[in-house]
Design a protein around this ligand. Structure first.
Ligand SMILES: [Zn+2]
Length: 59
């Protein structure tokens, strides 16, 4: 694969899009233009306990 498609995550709906470097960045689900590259690195990195954010997650 000379031009591997890059995984992009839509900033609007959060859908995953496999977009090639030559193709324009656009969500195929909702058509949003703002997308960010999927970061597969630092996946298992444990989050450090921050004393400031001691509030439990509601939900
Ligand atoms: Zn979208």
């Amino acid at each position: 694969m000379p031009t591997p498609d890059v995984e992009y995550i839509c900033s609007d709906c959060g859908a995953k899009n496999d977009i090639k470097p030559s193709e324009p960045i656009r969500c195929k689900d909702c058509g949003h233009r703002i997308m960010y590259k999927k970061q597969d690195a630092d996946e298992s990195t444990s989050e450090s306990t921050d004393p400031a954010a001691s509030e439990g997650s509601e939900g």
